[in-house]
Ligand binder design. Structure first.
Ligand SMILES: [Zn+2]
Length: 143
């Protein structure tokens, strides 16, 4: 069954159910569709554009909200992660590369550290196979 919005020659609007689109064409041709207001048989489908527009707009809004939500979630997760790191690691500041190396070679007590390194220091650490990760935020927390 299909519901069509119909309109007569005098712009009376009404709705009517049909078995199919072809069934509507057939009834229209045989003048079986009659305007309930003026009994006119000059009927056409009325445009439903505004209805369609509203639907697609609300869909877009929903999509945007979802995107925003995902971004907020990520920021919250980074914040939580940052708090965890700051609570559970020792800040060695600019000595990061040196300390990481000392820990790796057993010259100092093994402990989780965080700090700053230059790009070339980070590259050297990587080449020596010393495990470290770069954090998704600027590490100058106490600058
Ligand atoms: Zn009418």
């Amino acid at each position: 069954m299909i519901l069509f919005d119909l309109q007569c020659e005098k712009n009376h609007k009404f709705e009517c159910w049909f078995a199919s689109s072809a069934n509507y064409e057939e009834q229209l041709k045989n003048k079986m569709i009659v305007c309930p207001y003026c009994n006119s048989t000059k009927i056409k489908k009325s445009l439903m554009a505004p209805n369609i527009n509203t639907k697609s707009t609300s869909k877009n809004i929903k999509k945007n909200n979802k995107k925003k939500l995902a971004k907020n979630n990520l920021e919250n997760q980074i914040k939580k992660f940052r708090k965890y790191i700051e609570k559970n690691t020792d800040n060695v500041g600019k000595n990061f590369a040196e300390e990481a190396r000392k820990i790796y070679y057993g010259e100092t007590k093994s402990r989780p550290i965080r700090g700053e390194s230059t790009e070339s220091e980070a590259q050297e650490l990587a080449e020596e196979g010393i495990p470290f990760s770069q954090l998704p935020w600027n590490s100058r927390e106490d600058a």
